[in-house]
Design a binder for this molecule. Structure first.
Ligand SMILES: CC(=O)SCCNC(=O)CCNC(=O)[C@H](O)C(C)(C)COP(=O)(O)OP(=O)(O)OC[C@H]1O[C@@H](n2cnc3c(N)ncnc32)[C@H](O)[C@@H]1OP(=O)(O)O
Length: 434
């Protein structure tokens, strides 16, 4: 194996991790808020450690849609997890990169010697995305409240128009790029067209995602990683409910395009699902590993973030992975396993096609020759966000955790987790099994 994977500062280890079941958002608030998910995910993880929850130096949580009752969800989760009043905790938000950003931030803090042990996670309840009053309605309510006389209030009431009461749907706005006004699905259509990704190819990819996740469930590949969650009402949630073991190419082909009607290729079947879920990992320095007699699963080698035109945000992984690998002198063959977050089938396939496109590799990635093909047997081997769902603030954390577990199961050494990020960015993290 080539390349330089030495630690820049202190080595940082991923010691353990869990995730909740990923639950489809069904058009109404689901059973868990982001903090509920973080707590359900964190409790069994902390309980199976040999050290007390107060031992951590810090908690970092990625969360995109923070709800008003849980401001700074990292801190609320830390307190509800019994980590002590003295536990510093902060929340990070970089859209779909949030759950990986929490790991990278923790990694850097341990690497430079500031702290020894951090709980880093991601939690998202897209089903709880807020309905927000329009700017117009907000101004009207402020005016109504400030009017002091009956006459003033009546005059304000006369100016109220029913259409002002129409809420801004947080989920819809959240999945729309604010600069280009393109929905995430439209950006996937865009890069799918750029690289000639057909509807058939996208559907075949989606089918495989469901088949792989179904197999992972059946074979117990997620044991220890996937932890049941219990709602406040006492209901048990113990499986990912987005997976469709009975789907087929025929069923997928029958679905209508959602984002570019009537001729687009992106459908409900080949898009990531809108989902609630959480994931945590424990990161520790060598000193903490020794002190608490921990058994590390992997070492984080490096991470990289890149940015690009928001309308082609789905190509983000090609930029950050290539930059990271150039810095470390690594070739494609040096990476044993890949997790590339499945925002959309067309988007994953466009990244793979871009890496095989001579002009793209030369002009955009600055490579001599192409990056080359990534073997499908080495990519998203247990499915991904298309079959599992994509709780945006948690997915980046989940793919790092699952990459490590999958590498250990398959006896592989070095893996890359990467994701595209709404707003036009990409994140990548390289890890080595120890
Ligand atoms: C940076 C980034 O990561 S960008 C990505 C961020 N995330 C996103 O943008 C989310 C993208 N996804 C979406 O917006 C939504 O999932 C949509 C709009 C594509 C689809 O939403 P919905 O219509 O609510 O999807 P839903 O899952 O209910 O599917 C609709 C219907 O399609 C059919 N269907 C969906 N998937 C399948 C499948 N694999 N096989 C067969 N039928 C299917 C079903 O009939 C389903 O209805 P059912 O639940 O009654 O069976």
């Amino acid at each position: 194996m080539g390349g330089d994977t030495a630690a820049v500062g202190r080595p940082v280890y991923l010691v353990d991790g869990t995730r909740t079941p990923f639950l489809r958002a069904r058009g109404k608030p689901g059973p868990f808020t982001p903090v509920d998910l973080a707590v359900q995910c964190g409790r069994p993880l902390l309980a199976r450690q040999s050290f007390s929850p107060e031992t951590f130096d810090m908690v970092i949580l990625g969360c995109v849609n923070v709800i008003a009752d849980e401001m700074n969800p990292a801190r609320v989760a830390a307190l509800r997890l019994g980590m002590g009043a003295a536990m510093p905790a902060f929340t990070v938000q970089i859209n779909c990169g949030s759950g990986m950003q929490s790991i990278d931030t923790a990694f850097r803090m341990i690497e430079v010697g500031k702290v020894d042990m951090i709980l880093a996670g991601g939690a998202e309840a897209l089903s709880h995305s807020p309905l927000v009053l329009s700017q117009e309605a907000t101004k009207w309510f402020a005016r109504f409240a400030s009017e002091k006389t009956a006459w003033g209030k009546t005059a304000a009431l006369a100016d109220f128009r029913p259409e002002m009461a129409k809420p801004v749907i947080g989920l819809e706005r959240g999945l729309t790029d604010p600069m280009t006004e393109l929905n995430m699905g439209q950006t996937a259509e865009m890069i799918g067209h750029l690289f000639g990704i057909t509807r058939q190819a996208a559907d075949a990819y989606a089918l495989e995602s469901h088949q792989r996740l179904s197999r992972a469930h059946q074979e117990g590949f997620l044991d220890g990683e996937l932890i049941p969650a219990v709602s406040r009402g006492g209901e048990l949630y113990d499986h990912d409910d987005g997976v469709r073991p009975d789907t087929s190419l025929e069923k997928l082909a029958s679905l209508k395009p959602v984002f570019e009607k009537p001729y687009g290729n992106v459908t409900a079947g080949n898009s990531s699902q809108i989902t609630d879920g959480a994931s945590w990992v424990i990161l520790a320095s060598e000193e903490a590993v020794r002190k608490h007699k921990l058994k590390p699963l992997a070492r984080i080698i490096d991470a990289e973030w890149s940015a690009l035109d928001p309308s082609i945000m789905g190509l983000g992984p090609t930029l950050c992975c290539t930059a990271l690998m150039k810095r470390r002198g690594l070739a494609r063959e040096d990476i044993d396993l890949w997790e590339l977050n499945e925002a959309f089938a067309a988007q994953v396939l466009a990244c793979l096609a871009a890496w095989e496109d001579e002009q793209y590799c030369r002009d955009v990635l600055g490579l001599e020759g192409t990056f080359g093909p990534i073997d499908r047997d080495r990519l998203n081997v247990d499915g991904g966000a298309i079959s599992l769902g994509h709780p945006v603030g948690a997915s980046g954390n989940r793919i790092v955790l699952h990459l490590v577990n999958a590498m250990r199961r398959l006896g592989l050494k070095r893996g890359m987790a990467t994701e595209c990020i709404g707003g036009g960015q990409g994140g990548a993290m390289l890890l080595e099994v120890v």
